[in-house]
Design a protein around this ligand. Structure first.
Ligand code: HEC
Ligand code: HEC
Length: 439
């Protein structure tokens, strides 16, 4: 009985049956009273039968509209317009699928925990000696032109894997143009950098050395020479890449990437919740999680890495930002590039509470403000505590009839300050355990 059509057909046929039964009784009674002849009786019965039939059809059509196409049903339209601002919030507890059910369904949209390890590419298998070499290179300031800057200068592993500054400072105090993202969990991304121009950690790791405002080496050969000049490195390269393995920029990048594949932060409260610990998230965080799904954040920030460029559920790395550019936030924080929206690799939200300031230009310090900006600029929401603002009257085209439109009320247009706080509480549950690499 789930299918509305079956339901309608059953009602329709019962109506018809009852109509015929009534007709038989009525026609017998009438014939006796009016003393009609055989022919007249037949006509009367036919006429009445037709009436009953037409009535059943009408009832059927009304029922069909009501059940199968509620949007077009006249009764529903009136009801909707009457609904005032005091509608009840949807029962969010019902919207969240519980972990045990999650584990069973293989749908891409299900929530997933961060894996404990990363799969390396075929040409750069994980090896302890390689990661150890990578760590040394990552912290080596001699690989910058004036011996002052290492990868770790801008990707501080003690403070969330970034530098917590709006834009980074490279050699000679030079400022870059974008904010440094964290290196934690970068291994799960298929596209690196804000514009996604690097396709692997190996590809990415070669760039900062020769970036004029970062480490500013003249070329990769100069980097190789600096590594060769330190006698500690030759034996480490042999252990990592085999006997007589020479020092090349590609091997330098491979070793750094190998180290970065260990810089992952599993076991965040969110991950523990997904793994089945129902107490890992507070009620507020759970509500934030439901909101994160319901308002549409997940259409771009997909788990387990909460980016569209995740190697596990890659759904196309890039999205435009801001989608809705005409708002005060965009102006206030200068979020356009040369006056226009740009296409960005969707960033991960793992450890987001530790990686401010936010956005490509690092213009936003407060996480709640970043959430408001996303809701307004990416989802077309408004931020308001006035229930009236949660409803928007709009005129919607009736499908199939281009000339006809109907007035309707769209709900859930506004996020309240409570909603923003709940979303923030949820995002804080994405902070995992930084690895303690004792080698
Ligand atoms: C002067 C500061 C600075 C230094 C030094 C630096 N980085 Fe970065 N890093 C950044 C900035 C800024 C970005 C973003 C650049 C962009 O998107 O165009 C970035 C991006 C990255 C990313 C991509 C993360 C993501 O989510 O896309 C990785 C990985 C990374 N750096 C690793 C390294 C490694 C490895 C080194 C050393 C070889 C290094 N960085 C040196 C500032 C720095
Ligand atoms: C249409 C895709 C899309 C949707 C929907 C979306 N985001 Fe984003 N999000 C992005 C992109 C793209 C960026 C990077 C923008 C930039 O910095 O230029 C981003 C950046 C962020 C950042 C800052 C990340 C950082 O490292 O600086 C946060 C926080 C965030 N989003 C949270 C949310 C929340 C919460 C929602 C739901 C209210 C949401 N996003 C909805 C695409 C989206």
């Amino acid at each position: 009985m789930d299918d509305p059509n079956t339901e309608i057909m059953m009602i329709l046929f019962s109506a018809l049956g009852l109509g015929m039964l009534a007709l038989a009784l009525v026609s017998k009674e009438l014939a006796q009273r009016v003393r009609l002849g055989g022919q007249g009786r037949l006509f009367l019965a036919f006429g009445l039968g037709l009436g009953v039939f037409a009535l059943s059809i009408k009832a059927g059509v009304i029922l069909y509209l009501d059940v199968a196409k509620p949007d077009l049903a006249p009764t529903k339209l009136v009801q909707r317009q009457r609904e005032g601002p005091e509608f009840s919030q949807p029962d969010l507890a019902r919207i969240i699928t519980l972990p045990s059910q999650l584990a069973k369904s293989g749908n891409w949209s299900t929530w997933q925990a961060l894996p404990q390890t990363v799969k390396p590419p075929a040409d750069n298998p994980q090896k302890l000696a390689k990661a150890r070499l990578g760590k040394k290179l990552f912290f080596d300031k001699n690989l910058s032109i004036d011996h002052t800057i290492s990868c770790a200068s801008c990707h501080n592993l003690e403070t969330g894997g970034d530098d917590n500054a709006p834009v980074s400072t490279g050699v000679d105090g030079q400022k870059g143009s974008v904010s440094a993202p964290t290196v934690f969990n970068a291994a799960f991304l298929t596209r690196l950098f804000w514009d996604g121009r690097a396709t692997s950690l190996e590809h990415q790791a070669k760039q900062p050395f020769i970036n004029p405002v970062e480490m500013a080496m003249p070329d990769w050969e100069a980097v190789e020479l600096r590594v060769k000049a330190n006698p500690d490195y030759a034996p480490m390269f042999e252990k990592a890449f085999g006997q007589k393995a020479s020092i090349t920029i590609d091997r330098i990048a491979k070793a750094i990437a190998s180290y970065e594949r260990l810089l992952i932060t599993p076991n965040a409260p969110y991950d523990r919740f997904i793994a089945g610990d129902d107490t890992a998230l507070s009620a507020q965080q759970l509500r934030g999680m439901a909101l994160f799904q319901e308002v549409g954040c997940r259409s771009c920030h997909i788990d387990p890495i909460f980016s569209a460029a995740g190697s596990i559920k890659n759904i196309g790395a890039y999205r435009s930002f801001p989608v809705f550019a005409d708002n005060s936030y965009v102006k206030k924080y200068d979020l356009l590039v040369e006056g226009k929206a740009s296409v960005w690799r969707v960033p991960s939200l793992r450890n987001i509470a530790q990686t401010g300031p936010y956005f490509h230009n690092g213009a936003v310090k407060d996480l709640k403000e970043a959430i408001r900006i996303m809701a307004v600029s990416q989802l077309g929401k408004i931020i308001s505590d006035d229930p009236v603002d949660d409803l928007a009257i709009s005129s919607v085209a009736i499908s199939g009839k281009k000339s006809q439109r109907r007035l309707t009320i769209l709900r859930d247009q506004a996020l309240t300050s409570q909603d923003i706080e709940d979303l923030e509480a949820f995002l804080k549950s994405l902070s995992g355990e930084a690895p303690s690499l004792t080698f």
